[in-house]
Design a protein around this ligand. Structure first.
Ligand code: ATP
Length: 238
């Protein structure tokens, strides 16, 4: 299977601190990859480096086999690398409808038919958004805001979605619905790299798992290999 995204010996950090040290891993096209690991392992830093918010000091980041190191965050986003940061990305003062409409108009090279089709798809994926189209996004529940953030990301026509702990602070039932949405995005052909603390859901959904510790990969394999393995020691399992 072709690799959608590859990190090849990437080093990155803040000031004098190196957080990622020769980090290498791949995200196959069309897969869901889970990036797991204890607090402070460098998971968010990895997503920041892929999206261009943080510079890779050494090593290469490849999208479809081509280096994107020199591209700005904006250029990476317009090539389809979309990050949903911890804490979501919605316009709280705008309605659900307007949030979706803006996202659909940000997608490049698409026409109104495509926009209508994709909008209908996300509203079918997340019926709760459908019921609340006129509600201001800031008054949605945390889970509903994440559904909106996922929908907005989907409308931006992503190649790779980077998800940073979308389940943070949410009830298990809501997390299950969100992960169902993530599965459907994968079924639509989106490649997904997700950082997650909710292991049960992450392992159920992921095709490939990576465990990070101290800025390096300490386990790479299928979720089944990871269940019960010592790499999981030290996690709060959900
Ligand atoms: P968590 O699960 O707690 O979010 P993480 O695996 O996502 O952890 P990072 O947020 O990538 O870890 O942080 C890795 C290390 O980098 C930590 O030691 C953190 O203190 C440090 N760090 C993160 N952001 C900054 C920053 N802006 N400036 C300095 N150090 C930072």
């Amino acid at each position: 299977m072709a690799q959608r995204l590859q990190l090849d010996s990437v080093t990155a950090g803040y000031g004098r601190i190196e957080v990622l040290r020769n980090l290498s891993f791949s995200v196959p096209e069309g897969s869901v990859c889970a990036l797991l690991g204890p607090n402070g392992a460098g998971k968010t830093t990895t997503l920041s480096t892929i999206s261009g918010l943080l510079e890779a000091r050494r090593g290469r980041i490849l999208l479809d086999g081509r280096s994107i190191n020199r591209l700005t965050t904006y250029e990476r986003a317009s090539r389809g690398i979309i990050l949903i940061p911890e804490g979501r990305g919605v316009f709280p003062g705008l309605s659900v409808h307007d949030n979706l409409d803006i996202a659909a108009h940000a997608a490049r090279g698409v026409n109104d038919d495509w926009r209508r089709e994709q909008l209908a798809k996300v509203l079918e994926m997340f019926p709760r958004l459908h019921e609340r189209e006129d509600q201001r996004a800031g008054t949605l529940s945390g889970g509903e805001q994440q559904m909106l953030a996922l929908s907005r990301a989907f409308l931006a026509k992503p190649k790779v979605l980077l998800l940073d702990e979308i389940s943070m602070g949410l009830a298990p039932q809501v997390v299950a619905q969100l992960f169902d949405g993530v599965r459907r995005l994968r079924d639509e052909g989106v490649t997904i790299l997700l950082v997650e603390q909710y292991l049960t859901y992450a392992l159920d959904l992921a095709d490939v798992c990576y465990v990070m510790a101290k800025g390096r990969i300490v386990f790479a394999g299928e979720p089944e290999e990871l269940r019960g393995s010592s790499s999981l020691a030290g996690y709060a399992t959900a």
